[in-house]
Design a protein around this ligand. Structure first.
Ligand code: CA
Length: 246
């Protein structure tokens, strides 16, 4: 990514927030998990499709990419509302979500997104607190973070679906992440790969770095309000030192 693109995005962000670009210094990075750190979205969409098929609810596998970031309960409610006109209770949702999670677990282990470790190291080197902000409760993925990215996300710096009343695109997950890090919105960077996640980050007031890691087109991330859109995590990791030391 060209240096002027980064400088312009920072200038635009600072002008919207009435702050001096020269004094803008992010203190925390709030980082999404699925599709951002691990290449799990293909398996998630397959697991959702299997569940909706078993329930006899018509759904297109690709539509689940668009629900990425929503909590499991919210996705299940959407499917039921559309197919049967009613919303199941929390406990019914949790039971179905556990089924979807078990289908996910039956699939082969997913890979780490190339460039994700370098992105995390660059934040650490820049003295930036890293916070995980995910709509997931998939324990198998949350547990493997400690092995995939040792030390990057202590358990007191994680927001999961269990910590919020409203999932993405509501700003609550990212606002709660800022609380954990003790930072304000304009001191925060969000790293996301999904339109609903970008909307959530944008609504929280953070500077949003979006990366395309799946079939969701770049345009959708721009329209959702990302400040910068990268075509891969490697590209984001390449650009990060320049963003942090403008
Ligand atoms: Ca994601």
């Amino acid at each position: 990514m060209e240096r002027y693109t980064i400088i312009k995005a920072v200038k635009d962000y600072c002008s919207r927030n009435a702050i001096d670009p020269a004094g803008w210094a992010p203190k925390a990075a709030l980082i999404d998990m699925d599709g951002t750190l691990i290449d799990s979205m293909r398996n998630h969409t397959a697991a959702w499709k299997r569940l909706s098929d078993e329930l006899g609810m018509e759904a297109d596998r690709d539509e689940f990419y668009l629900y990425e970031g929503m909590t499991g309960r919210a996705t299940i409610r959407l499917l039921f509302k559309r197919a049967c006109g009613y919303e199941p209770s929390d406990s019914e949702c949790d039971e179905l979500y556990a089924r979807k999670a078990s289908y996910f677990n039956e699939m082969p282990r997913v890979a780490v997104i190339p460039g994700a470790a370098r992105m995390l190291e660059t934040f650490e080197a820049g003295g930036i607190t890293r916070v995980l902000v995910t709509g997931s409760r998939q324990l198998s993925n949350l547990d493997r973070l400690d092995t995939d990215f040792p030390g990057a996300f202590p358990h007191n710096l994680r927001i999961t679906a269990a910590d919020v009343s409203h999932g993405k695109p509501h700003p609550e997950p990212y606002l709660k992440g800022m609380e954990l890090a003790g930072v304000s919105p304009v001191e925060s960077l969000v790293v996301e790969n999904a339109p609903l996640g970008v909307e959530s980050g944008k609504a929280s007031g953070a500077f949003v770095l979006a990366v395309t890691t799946g079939p969701v087109p770049r345009r959708s991330l721009e329209e959702a309000g990302a400040d910068l859109v990268f075509s891969s995590m490697e590209e984001l990791a390449d650009a990060l030192p320049g963003l942090l030391s403008r």
